[in-house]
Design a protein. Sequence first.
Length: 722
Amino acid sequence: MSATRPETYLTDLNPAQRQAVLTTEGPLLVIAGAGSGKTRVLTHRVGHLLAACGVKPNEILAITFTNKAAGEMKERVEHQLGPVARAIWIMTFHSACGRILRREAERLGYRSNFTIYDQSDQLRVVKACLEELERDPKRFVPRGIHSQISNAKNQLIGPDEYAARVASFYDQTVADVYSLYQRKLFTSNAVDFDDMLMLTVDVLQRFPEARERWAKSFRYVMVDEYQDTNHAQYVLLKLLVELSQNLMAVGDPDQSVYGFRGADIRNILEFEHDFPATKVIPLEQNYRSTNSILHAANQVISHNRERKEKNLWSDLGEGEPVHVVETEDEHSEARFVASEIAALIAQGSSAGEIAVVYRTNAQSRVLEDVLVRQDIPYQVIGGPRFYERAEIKDAIAYLQVLDNPNDAVSLLRIANRPRRGIGDTSLGRLNAYADGLGTTLWEATAFPEEAGLAAASARALKGFRDVMQTLMATATDASVAQLLEAVLDRSGYVEALESERTIEARGRVENLEELVGVAREYDQATEEPTLSGFLQEISLYSDQDALRDDEDEGGQVTLMTLHNAKGLEFRAVFMIGVEEGIFPHSRSIEENSLEEERRLCYVGMTRAKERLTMTHAMRRNLYGRVDANLPSRFIDELPESGVERERLRPTSWSGYGARAVQREFIPRSDAPDLSTGDAVRHASLGSGIVIAIEAGGVVTVRFEDGNERRLMLEYAPLERIA
DNA sequence: ATGAGAAACATTTTT
DNA sequence: TGTTTCTCAT
């Protein structure tokens, strides 16, 4: 690629961006306002280091928070620089820690093929601990305990230190669980997400040779979304740049919205203090939004006290005013938004350029109903995740046990799945037997009689153990995909699903096939594919980014929470439910985290490129209660100019004026004649089965994804399939 | 071991 | 108001 000469790649940067690219030595803080081109800065800076500063690819570590962001950055850098880019460490905090830990785990007594426990695995372990300690799970809610442990880990407080700080009986229980939890993970040769950071820090702090090696190997470190780092991540970075001090942090304190997950906004606010001689470069030119939108967003965020002054501007002109619309209730709000979307599409916008954002997931429902009826294609971000589906977790658990038989959580998960007569009682006995002997659960499975299992259970267990051992033998010379196929076959898992003969089961089998596809892809794309490698990769890639991307070919309106909208942009954005109690959420008002809510509002507003509409309803049905809500204080904080306020009232019994009803009800004359049990396909919802028919032409259809929906035969784009 | 029915519950969630 | 989780009965 020829884009590697400075005069080429510097020309498409503004002065501040250029300065950020050229400042390579010493600590650098780039305050990157929304839409200010920070990804461009990041990628160009990598290019500059390689092309003009003689830096080798493997000396650069570029950290992001999401796999998606890492993937995008990698792609851009590769596009710019060619294959050399592949040697650059562009990855998430967790993948980087995973890579480091794989090399260093043995110093801490873990083996390098450690298993990574996700949220639900972690919760299982907490529950097991509470049970073992005989604490009442009503008083000590597992989720609460877990979040205490997680917080402690983010603060780098280990079990011993936690125990030393105990101030109440509750704390004492947390401390006991924490310590037992860590021991359980250790004997399972497993770590949780938080451990990945905490243990990496631990190994670097306790072993100077390790610290020196890694600090030497990364001469240049860059971190994106620095405002979202937690304390552990901060300490990790400090250790990694100990020698060079070449740390570039890119972030925007106004977009810190993950405080509730341990992100510490002070990291970015105090960066200059933490890293003396820091150079600070603000990027204030916005390339995304019109000035009406920016002005409005700036005005709202200026109400935060704990903040560094910043003023975004753009040369994209004034644009349309921001629309603020009041409706009667959530239904009219949804109808209004849907009709506006329909109008935008009619004017030539693509559905993919439109987003609806809201504070809580539950708010999508009402809107979905209207969108379906109006036949507007949409996707909801944040539904059930691929890797969290039961069948996928089961299949992965099999692989985990094959790779790391000590992994007790996975073993317990699959022992009786599919059902093979190894019940909870038997597993409990085995567990007790293993504990008594100080061995692992897997080893105990070799001695069912000694563990006191009934004859039938013992036989079942032997069968299970045989299958697993055969598979383990296969594991040594099969590819990951082959092994997975062997697992699905030999375990009887797929067979059990197939014999269910339901749509759900068929969907599960399809999901499993998709997982085999993922494994195949891994086998092909990786230089040295190994089972451990595959497992570590997918443990950290546990979201639906990949699927999300291939699915939105046709262009669909995107529905998502404000949190999920971070980092994205759309031509038109509808922010719904902008009401006191909803947004800001009543919990946030109680918890005094209003400033974070306001930042969330800022994030949402700055997603819009050309058109921003904020709606609020006077009445809203929430949890079966009708509440009267005031408009959000954030609406009061909007400027006078560049904002157009509108109040929608019914003009007739049927709707909100012409534009609201236009597309709504056009009955079809060719409605299919359906009966219960018929297979049907819906134009936007996929196929499913009719499970009920009511008077008035209302059918209930259960779709393949498990959702059930009531549809009006006369209007729904439904057809019968064979 | 499975399912029906009651009770409890209901921000946000990059890894 | 929907959903999930728990309990109890089968």
